[in-house]
Design a protein around this ligand. Structure first.
Ligand code: OXD
Ligand code: MN
Length: 592
């Protein structure tokens, strides 16, 4: 039964149904009965495996096709009318050509299948920050994941009313043919079409496709921001909470930071860290002139390998109920799941992520795919912020950028101004790890961690950041910082302990925001005096001398870095904002 009388919605569904020709159409109403029935159906067809109800209640295992295990950046298109609007860092196709290609692939592809209509809200239903999307899919896995990652059902359509302001999403599994796989965004049409994939980031259209690519474009047009940022709150012993948004390229510990466990001394003193979001922030100016952020998502789509009770207990505990595991190993003895780095006790009687017999004690193959995932409800997270559902969001004190740089960037530095902070975000870069294919240690530029997620020309996006700052009073604007947890000595050993101890750096950041601590001015920005980073309790892990060494700014290395920045900016030609060119010039002058 149709759940709305909204003409723009009904017309669009009719048009798409005529294209893909489903046997029937099912509207997702958000009820438990309907979700229960879909779980049961997915288990019957083998799409999902129900896990041990006592150990992992309401949890399921799913395996994707082996050729379909990650996002596909070279097959992700931004279809703006002109190539320049998409910019040099996006793959582009002219919209009418792209629609034609996609419709040819999608045509009749739902024959013998059901079309599920998922009305969903990114952000708390009805919040002034929130936006509605409708995803059509022929995959129950998508329905069940979207029901964790977003708010779905009838209530969303009630809020939408007869408005035309909603994002269209069409997902067709087709044959999971990697050669015909396309993830296409049409920012001007509020439309996303994804074909030939069944993997999370390509098919849960609310996440990267909408909440970053389409939403970044909407934010540009409407005066707000969609950022690839975690949001966390640090509560001090007096009970005051300060909120930070932070962007990191992949493999920099973003989820761990979002759910950080304070070091023992800090816990005893009464410090707490609250997670508002682990991946995406939507940011707007509030009535008081400050910037506020919400997490538009309702769950965590986290990387499983490496998640354990030491690295991230809050993430692991979040997966203990109502979770869908994708491409992890299946422990057949107790019908639970396992992945590399979960514990030192791999199951002997198991199936690997491909479903083949697997003995974790003797096999040289991995049990879980390196990009295997959990889709866990945010409410499960022990450190979920009380403000998670706040429709007004949380006030932001600081933006933090980061990356993996063995020698270059100091542990932390503060930007000299808003525009200088935008510059620091625009030059973000990280050295590649063995976790990704390709050479290790190569510097990859990833401005604001948005490289694969910006739905328009990155240079316009930088200008948008500059414009947002120009609209804020200086005393109300968040301050900008850059962190680097990954400085190494000449033998390749990490010098900073990281994980929970990163709170020691956040403490300095917050003190800087409050004007409570002095700092040393360097060519790149303000760096802490070593005595202002608290290392009490970890003196056996890091000496004062080592701390001093990772706070150092080497002007020769930075002068080299400016060449890489110039080369990167060169891709954007004249479109690089004048304010950023001025920042680069002044950095070069400072380094002389
Ligand atoms: C993610 C990503 O999965 O950024 O969140 O790739
Ligand atoms: Mn992400």
């Amino acid at each position: 039964m149709e759940l709305t009388t909204n003409k723009s919605v009904l017309d669009w569904i009719k048009e798409k149904a005529e294209l893909v020709k489903p046997d029937n159409i099912v509207w997702i109403d958000g009820s438990k009965e309907q979700l229960d029935a879909l779980h049961a159906e997915a288990c019957k067809t083998g799409e999902m495996i129900k896990l041990n109800e006592e150990l992992l209640p309401d949890c399921y295992l799913h395996r994707t096709k082996p050729n379909d295990v990650a996002r596909v950046e070279d097959r992700t298109l931004i279809c703006t009318p002109t190539e320049e609007e998409a910019g040099p860092t996006n793959h582009w196709m002219e919209p009418s050509k792209c629609y034609e290609m996609l419709y040819e692939i999608a045509k009749d592809s739902y024959k013998g299948r059901t079309m599920y209509v998922i009305p969903y809200s990114m952000g708390p239903v009805g919040s002034p920050f929130s936006k509605v999307g409708i995803e059509l899919t022929d995959s129950i896995y998508v329905v069940l994941n979207m029901s964790i990652m977003t708010r779905v059902g009838k209530k969303v359509l009630e809020v939408l009313g007869d408005s035309n302001d909603w994002v269209r999403g069409l997902h067709c599994k087709c044959d999971i043919d990697a050669e015909k796989r396309w993830i296409c965004q049409f920012p001007q049409d509020n439309t996303i079409i994804s074909v030939n994939s069944g993997y999370g980031g390509n098919v849960l259209l609310g996440k990267k496709c909408f909440a970053l690519r389409i939403a970044s474009y909407q934010g540009w047009k409407e005066g707000w921001q969609a950022e690839h940022m975690l949001i966390l709150g640090v509560e001090n012993p007096q009970g005051e909470v300060k909120y930070i948004c932070a962007a990191f390229p992949s493999a920099c510990g973003k989820t761990n930071l979002a759910m950080l466990i304070p070091p023992e001394g800090y816990q005893k003193a009464g410090y707490k860290v609250w997670c508002v979001g682990d991946d995406i922030a939507w940011i707007r100016k509030g009535e008081d002139g400050r910037l506020y952020a919400i997490n538009p998502e309702n769950g965590f789509f986290g990387v499983a390998p490496g998640t354990n009770m030491k690295s991230n207990p809050n993430a692991l505990l979040s997966t203990k109920k109502g979770t869908i595991f994708t491409n992890v190993a299946h422990n057949l003895d107790n019908n639970t799941v396992w992945w590399e780095g979960l514990d030192k006790n791999p199951p002997e009687n198991a199936h690997d992520w491909l479903g083949n017999d697997w003995n974790g004690k003797t096999s040289t193959e991995k049990g879980a795919h390196p990009n295997s995932r959990f889709t866990a409800p945010a409410v499960n997270c022990p450190c979920l912020s009380k403000e998670f559902e706040n429709p007004q969001g949380v006030p932001i004190s600081a933006f933090v950028f980061g990356g993996r740089r063995a020698k270059l960037a100091p542990l932390v530095y503060q930007s000299k101004s808003w525009n200088n902070g935008v510059f620091v975000g625009s030059i973000m870069a990280s050295e590649t790890t063995a976790a990704a294919a390709g050479a290790v240690g190569v510097v990859r530029r990833d401005p604001m961690a948005m490289l694969p997620f910006c739905g328009y020309n990155m240079a316009d996006y930088w200008q948008h950041w500059i414009d947002i700052g120009a609209g804020l009073d200086e005393d109300k604007a968040p301050k900008f910082f850059n962190v680097n947890w990954f400085r190494k000595d000449d033998e390749g050993n990490f010098l900073w302990p990281g994980f929970g101890d990163n709170l020691r750096v956040l403490e300095w950041i917050i003190k800087r925001c409050e004007g409570k601590v002095d700092a040393k001015e360097t060519a790149i920005g303000y760096v802490p005096y070593s005595e202002d980073i608290n290392i009490s309790g970890i003196e056996d892990e890091i000496t004062k001398e080592t701390l001093e060494s990772i706070l150092e700014v080497d002007n020769t290395l930075w002068a080299d870095e400016t060449k890489g920045i110039e080369e990167f900016y060169g891709k954007f030609g004249d479109k690089v904002p004048a304010a950023l060119k001025a920042e680069l010039d002044s950095l070069k002058a400072n380094l002389k």
